[in-house]
Ligand binder design. Sequence first.
Ligand SMILES: Cc1cc2nc3c(=O)[nH]c(=O)nc-3n(C[C@H](O)[C@H](O)[C@H](O)COP(=O)(O)OP(=O)(O)OC[C@H]3O[C@@H](n4cnc5c(N)ncnc54)[C@H](O)[C@@H]3O)c2cc1C
Length: 466
Amino acid sequence: MSKTPTLETLQRLADVVGEKGVIRGAVDQAPYLKEWRGIWTGTTPLILRPQTVEDVSRILAIAHETETTIVPQSGNTGLVGGQIPNDGEVLLSLDRMTRIITVDPIDFTITAEAGATLTSIQDAAEAVDRLFPLSLASEGTCRIGGNLSTNAGGVNVLAYGNARDLCLGLEVVLADGRILNMLKTLRKDNTGYDLKNLFIGAEGTLGIITKATLKLFPRPRRYDTVFAAVPTLEAALCFLAQSKQASGNRVIAFELLPELGIQFTVKHMNTRRALETVSPWYVLLEMADSTEAATETILETALEQSFIIDAVVAQNDAQRRELWALRENMSESQKYEGGSIKHDVAVPVSELPRFIAEASVALENFMPGTRLCCFGHMGDGNMHFNVSQPLGMDKQMYLDQWHKMNRVIHDIVVKHKGSFSAEHGIGVLKREDMARYKSETELDVMRSMKKTLDPKNILNPGRVLP
Ligand SMILES: Cc1cc2nc3c(=O)[nH]c(=O)nc-3n(C[C@H](O)[C@H](O)[C@H](O)COP(=O)(O)OP(=O)(O)OC[C@H]3O[C@@H](n4cnc5c(N)ncnc54)[C@H](O)[C@@H]3O)c2cc1C
């Protein structure tokens, strides 16, 4: 249970940001207290919206002194409940710290405040003819502080890496209010422990990220986007390997889509099928700066070898967006099919067919009649193994099975040397999995880091660590 802050403490915190930086009323607070899927709804005595790193520093110094618990929030698109004040904590929103500070096309870097939306960073890079490649379906709303705190992945990880790989420097406010400035643009810097990496993926439990310096890349001049029907998962993997090799490593996205997911998306999200051919699986392949001839050769060979059975190539930007809409709307389309129990898992790429086969059988044994919508980032081994409820079942009764079903699937993931949380993090949702699957030594080291950096346990208590 969080300690309830006194009225005096709340006033001291509010004074840091002034009345314009505070949200007290229930109606105005509501959008910050409910997450995207409606699974968690929180309460808070106060929402603070600082404008500078000094504000954040003063807030945390007071919180540390008074043992007031704080939940940091950026875009509120997190899927594991970490950004919602579930226990009456004070909420600190980064949504007024949105400045792009510098964009350097020679260094290929961009520096921004933590509250800059992912789209605004992509746009600022594009304005100087550069690419910031992190790309998620939530990119219009999520913010870079949240992306780094969750070490977000998305659709381009196989070519550019995840948020951690894209970060050169950070500014972080520690739990006691000290500012740790690690805002470097260096590509090489072997000077002691790499502290910034501690805060990336820490989900706000070790410090609050206030600024970040990120890597940019040359902006591709041409995209080849292919939607292909594949007969089996094994064939899809052969198609991936062949495309990577034959394109000279230009594959930037390789997403798996199941027939059921296409049906959901077409039915609920105002999209249309890309192919008339019906197959159990499809892939969305994208290559950057390949050539038309190379793409043709790749598809001809894939057809000859039966890696694919049909395919369409986007002829212009509008068609490219249409193909991507089938993928990007897949998460949301499941909302309209009743309860959906999620698993954000990764296994080695070559294990995917065996994992999916084994987990599908276990799922049917666990609860007959569920509808599996397993889709996602096949190119890096990360599947959203999402399971819609059996038709006609009561939604709440189904969702009550969440943890039990997770256990069945996560045991299989771990057997295949995988991860029970590939890109969404732990938050409050997967703390029990940490206890089950992480070794005591790993947990000990994590707990000692937490104790060193946040000895009073005021930052996102009850998240990540069991
Ligand atoms: C439709 C949809 C699609 C998605 N697709 C993907 C995907 O493909 N890949 C993927 O990885 N994720 C995906 N997500 C999940 C989510 O968008 C990411 O986790 C994102 O990185 C969260 O960013 P945010 O700004 O919304 O963070 P929030 O939700 O605000 O916070 C997430 C966590 O980080 C902490 N935090 C936030 N800001 C800070 C800060 N400045 N300092 C310290 N801690 C902080 C919070 O306390 C919380 O624990 C998707 C979500 C949705 C709704």
